[in-house]
Design a protein around this ligand. Structure first.
Ligand code: AMP
Length: 189
């Protein structure tokens, strides 16, 4: 199984690169942000539980997020591998994912962190909001999301670095060029 984690702050290009990686490697895309948005749109119990948290730019509690993620992986027993996009966002989530994958005789293969500076993130998300209309892309909520990234999520990097699984890639530049860097890392695995 090829299991990838695509990592980076909001606006780093995780979704864009994930889409290209899925096509190339036939992986199942697990984007916790997308799954939460689908729940909110369908007004499920989970959607109602998390909609305000997400609208405010806060992280959803680990227990809820981890349970949802495991559910999603279990739905795809035939998968050749997964690409985890927007998960893990805390060290507790990273530990839970390792434990869960071990339980199904698998593990994370490669973690790729897209590196983009804060000014560029703000510019990109302002542009994205014009198209997506995502409430949490609004400037005041974005500050909160970037803050969540730099206070909680960034600690996931040393966790994977210690396992020798982390590769950092400059996330600014031509989309296909960046994709080429990612595939070189993955093909080298
Ligand atoms: P994203 O589309 O990945 O930027 O996620 C949108 C929002 O969903 C985040 O700002 C969080 O509120 C929530 N979310 C997504 N993934 C996670 C996660 N792994 N842990 C906690 N909250 C999450």
């Amino acid at each position: 199984m090829l299991n990838l984690v695509i990592f980076g702050p909001p606006g780093a290009g995780k979704g864009t690169q994930s889409q290209k990686l899925i096509d190339k490697y036939q992986l199942v895309h697990v984007s916790t942000g997308d799954i939460f948005r689908a729940h909110i749109q369908n007004q499920t119990a989970l959607g109602k539980q998390v909609s305000q948290i997400i609208a405010d730019g806060n992280l959803v509690p680990d227990s809820i997020t981890i349970a949802m993620l495991e559910e999603e992986v279990k739905k795809n027993p035939e998968a050749k591998g997964f690409i985890f996009d927007g998960f893990p966002r805390t060290v507790a989530q990273a530990e839970a994912l390792d434990e869960f994958l071990t339980g199904i005789n698998s593990s994370i293969s490669v973690v790729i962190a897209l590196d983009v500076n804060e000014d560029e993130l703000k510019t990109r998300i302002a542009k994205r909001q014009e198209i997506s209309g995502r409430a949490d892309d609004a400037a005041d909520k974005l500050v909160k999301r970037i803050d969540e990234y730099f206070t909680k999520t960034i600690h996931v990097l040393p966790y994977y670095e210690a396992q020798g699984k982390l590769s950092k890639v400059n996330g600014i530049g031509d989309i296909d060029f960046i994709f080429g860097e990612l595939t070189a890392i993955i093909d080298n695995y």
